[in-house]
Design a binder for this molecule. Sequence first.
Ligand code: SAH
Ligand code: SF4
Length: 343
Amino acid sequence: MSEALVGRELGDLTTLLTSVGEQSFRARQLYHALYRQRVEVLESVSVLPSALRARLAQEFDTGLPAESERFTSSDGTVRYLLRLADGKTVEAVFIPERDRDTLCISSQVGCPVDCKFCLTALMGIERNLTAGEIVGQVLHLCRTHQLEPRTRPLNIVMMGMGEPLLNLDAAAAAIRLMADTAGLAIPLRRITVSTSGIIPKIEEFAQLSARPRLAVSLNASTQESREALMPITKKHTLAELMATCERFPLRPWERLTFEYVLLNGVNDSDEDARRVTGLLGKIKAKVNVIALNPGPGIPFEAPSEERVLAFQAIIQRGHPCFVRRPRGQDIFAACGQLKRTVL
Ligand code: SAH
Ligand code: SF4
């Protein structure tokens, strides 16, 4: 199997090319071709002399994912099933909005965190993605939809399959590549990593030099109920998670996002909402509530619209709170529905 070039940073490409006697500007040209022109195959890197291209092609390829399926929703959302070099597949979703677009991308094949309301959890974990496989999803969707992050806002959310903080090194490298102004140029403030609450990794993430935004999936208001929904809470307790969030070094323009999936009669009472406000306390927080996206094998129901609005109204007394509308539900592209399902 040839080695992948996508996923390598400029320093890495420079070492690679200078070690075979090329000058370092060739590495910059290759970097530009991969991340700014978003070439699909090495043969299209026409700025490089053909001898060098041929030489590279002997050992390397771009390593970009191949599109294996595409589902288009009636609301314009497009769900992709992308095939990796070893044949495994991950999902990525394109979500168009009026004045911006959002890409929801995966960080792992499957997920080892066993949340009881999430379809991805049913797969278990197969493996981590590499930095190239993470950024490759962005490159593929940008090319397909002709997205230009420099001229139209593009948000990236790591809310697809997997727990990004359990693959932090690759996620951080992919984020550096996405944010680099010489490449994709997606501002860090437009990139969000979502976590189920892996405490030591939140602390490590806080120290990244290229740090995007953080969203924490809260989903419950007591230790007991969070343990039942997200068993990882036994190891990383709710109290410790909130204390970690309080210490999280926010920048002046930034809020910490908390996500809360509402499950009918389970975590959606007025009491729950009041307890969430208590947990958030003085944190500069923003809350996104979303009604459960149901799925086969998920033993919960979505609450009524009135319940969702009542929950939001209580939270809103203390913190900004938004109701997230599911996108692409008809093609199983909505949150927590990502699994290798083929319709
Ligand atoms: N593993 C990370 C990121 C991927 S999950 C995390 O858990 O944060 C992204 C979001 O989808 C999380 O906030 C999660 O709580 C939510 N989610 C999972 N299953 C869902 C479902 N069935 N309906 C609605 N949201 C769901
Ligand atoms: Fe994994 Fe997130 Fe799904 Fe939990 S909600 S199983 S952490 S993908």
